[in-house]
Design a protein around this ligand. Structure first.
Ligand SMILES: C[S@@+](CC[C@H](N)C(=O)[O-])C[C@H]1O[C@@H](n2cnc3c(N)ncnc32)[C@H](O)[C@@H]1O
Length: 424
């Protein structure tokens, strides 16, 4: 069952950034109310940091929980990087896999992994604190409630490894925040060749179209890009499962004849649809280097006859016609507002009347959710992408010509939120 929330795409009180700042001057009465609230907030903030109040609060049963919670939250902010290092090392050194096979003592673990016990113990105790590892009877350690998720889903493990790259970039975030050069040097940016724009995969593609040499890539040759393309496509494919489940649990695809998946990657989403909907035809569009891999991986399936493959760039090539539903899964957030607006317009033009666009990706919470911080920084390091609110994306869709936009109520918005836009 799906619950659809219609978005107020006409709201004049929402800012164009979609991040919740009012963009019009508020009426005087509202401003007075805001001033009054601000004064109250500053008074409360002063109390919050008062050493006297702290002492009273921690010594009082009824208020202690609150101070403890705040202290833990601040400590967590500080410790996030170390938490990740514990996770990464537990995976890389094989700690999680070993204790998942069967619980064992620290001595057994040290012997099997060939690590000095006096340092391994810090890692294992840290992993216990983070619920990756569990303490069992007779001094043994087994897999913990979070550790079991990490070792059971290849997508999580792949993303942890990938995050090591992101965290290397995070060592110099001030440079990234200050200048475009900081972003261009980021490892995360280098990882995704299509974020080079005209200097990357698009230019590779332009070579095929025999465009003038000045538009071609100085950085990359076909040979140097192929492994990179394969690497990011494989990562996307192994991590797409959770997102696919969100989409297929929230939207009825049986009402469509032909689905075009733009930025299809290796085609995992399209193949899930092909298997679930026996009458559906599928068009898969991605950059030529990716489509070659996609085509190869579906060659011997029994649904390949219902698939057609469209190598091309949505920036420079037309969006093919013929689909009554276009999907964008984890695509828009990688690109600038300008490119996304352009893409929405092209999709709108390619759709028939009553056709739809379904967009699924992580989105920003207008009030800010913990996970937003990760995505904001990830996308900044990647290049031109942005984490957008559902409202911001809806406004962009409306600008492109879509008349009605719905935000679907999917079960796990952490993986992705889903917007459906109608052409009427
Ligand atoms: C983050 S991946 C998502 C892949 C897949 N939809 C998923 O969720 O796993 C973004 C995809 O968009 C593709 N892409 C990027 N720029 C593109 C462009 N200009 N034209 C077509 N596809 C593009 C990439 O090659 C990549 O496969």
């Amino acid at each position: 069952m799906t619950l659809n929330i219609e978005l107020d795409v006409y709201s004049s009180m929402t800012d164009p950034s979609g991040l919740g700042q009012p963009h019009a001057q508020a009426p005087t009465s509202v401003r007075h109310q805001a001033d009054w609230r601000e004064r109250l907030r500053s008074t409360v903030d002063r109390w919050m940091v008062s050493p006297l109040l702290y002492r009273v609060s921690v010594s009082t049963f009824f208020t202690r929980w609150f101070t403890q919670k705040r202290t833990r939250e601040v400590f967590d902010l500080m410790a996030g990087f170390v938490h990740f290092q514990v996770l990464l090392n537990c995976l890389r050194l094989g700690v999680l896999r070993r204790v998942h096979e069967s619980p064992c003592t620290l001595e057994e673990l040290a012997q099997q992994l060939g690590l000095p016990i006096e340092r391994l113990d810090r890692l294992v105790w840290s992993a216990v604190a983070l619920k990756l590892v569990d303490q069992r009877s007779n001094g043994r350690y087994g897999i913990g409630p979070l550790g079991v998720l990490v070792v059971s889903y290849p997508g999580i493990e792949a993303m942890v490894e990938h995050n090591a790259l992101l965290y290397a970039d995070m060592a110099d975030t001030p440079r990234m925040l200050k200048s475009q050069a900081g972003i261009e040097d980021a490892k995360m940016h280098q990882y995704w060749p299509y974020t080079f724009g005209q200097d990357g995969v698009t230019a590779e593609h332009n070579c095929e179209l025999e465009l003038p040499p000045e538009t071609q890539a100085p950085r990359a040759s076909r040979a140097s890009l192929a492994p990179q393309t394969e690497r990011y496509s494989t990562l996307m494919s192994v991590s797409q499962n959770f997102v696919i489940q969100e989409i297929t649990a929230s939207y009825d695809f049986s009402q469509h004849q032909t689905v075009l998946d733009v930025g299809c990657g290796l085609g995992r989403f399209a193949s899930t649809l092909a298997q679930q909907q026996g009458a559906l035809s599928l068009m898969l569009m991605d950059l030529p280097e990716v489509v070659k891999l996609t085509q190869r991986s579906h060659m011997n399936t029994n649904y390949v006859s219902r698939m057609s493959f469209v190598p091309g760039s949505f920036k420079t090539d037309p969006i093919p016609m013929g689909a009554d539903l276009v999907t964008l899964v984890r695509v828009a957030h990688d690109h600038s507002d300008q490119d996304v607006e352009h893409l929405f317009k092209k999709i709108h033009a390619a759709l028939p009347l009553r056709g739809r666009l379904l967009l699924a990706e992580p989105m920003a919470d207008p009030k800010g959710e913990r996970q937003d911080a990760y995505f904001h920084f990830y996308l900044m390091a990647m290049g031109e992408g942005r984490l957008r609110t559902p409202q911001k994306l809806s406004n962009m869709m409306q600008q492109a010509g879509f008349s009605r936009i719905e935000l679907l109520a999917n079960p796990m918005p952490t993986h992705a939120r889903i917007l459906v836009a109608y052409k009427t």
